[in-house]
Design a protein around this ligand. Sequence first.
Ligand code: 1HN
Length: 347
Amino acid sequence: MSELGTIEELPKDYVTALTDLNVGPLWPSLRAFLPFGQPDRETVPTFWRYQDIRPLLLQAGELTPIEKAERRVLMLCNPGLGLENAQATPSIYLGYQLILPGEVAPNHRHTPSAIRFVVEGEGGYTTVEGEKLPMERGDLILTPSGLWHEHGHTGSGPVIWLDALDLPLVYRMEASYAVEGPPQSPKNIPDSSQRLYRRAGLTPYKALDRNRSKYPLLRYPWKEVRQNLLDLASGSGPGEAVHLAYINPETGDECLPILGFSALMLRPGEEVAPARRSCSAVLHAIEGRGQTEVDGATFDWAEHDTVAVPTYANFKIRNGSSKEPAFLFMVDDAPMQRKLGFYEEFS
Ligand code: 1HN
């Protein structure tokens, strides 16, 4: 590995001549762009404790009416990436969103894709392209790129969910924008998770023709996911990861193009050390408590807490209870890395 030349070694008038033409030499920056062995990372393992953030989110409900916010969100920002940049990891935007009884977060659509993972409260809903999706605790709701979506709340008490978006990438591609629309008129029928994709292995017959919707299923009820994790655990031994991926039921692919979603169960007392991976991720505790170790930093988590895992990081997750299972929701950017051809797992 030879030392590369620096800018300082070049004649000043040569550098000025280049600069005047909006041109630059590659070699002084080559190692920074392309380090040997492993990428340089600015993302730091970061922990957000829900019980610390919750009172401030509720305070936002008093300070800022929904009309002045459109979306009342406190963003989870990775300090290594700059708090102003709205990045939990290089590719993942995260925020806790609050909606109060009677409020409406108005209808819009935008180029970034989003998901909502419901944290607490009853009576919230999201309407996507006329399909009204109830938001129950632990449900995963998709609002893919370009689809109209609005949120409302007809219950009592606060409703809070975790938003995840591929905004950091779309924004840096200078391709992020939204369009506002009039309120939707939802169809008065149960959502597709209750009607069309009730069970794995069955699809509405007409989906067999090739005019498929790109996003056939927009709500993944936690009740079903939790039971499936318990069933998966009972048919496997300790040490075998209890891990389910959320997929598009028509294609078997990931549900969205950039970000991927999965749910993990830790058996009582279990510790798992997933393979080190090239993708970045966030882990959100759905139920239970435990510890997560990310590149040597240890975080003690309880329900609804969230941890950021940088690319190529070592991590371990431990269930803090010897009696109850723990459940975690994971967001990562593996779908994009797979499509780009450089996704890796290291054992
Ligand atoms: C958005 O549209 C929502 O629809 C939430 O609830 C958070 C953050 C950035 C850009 C768009 C929503 C968002 C967002």
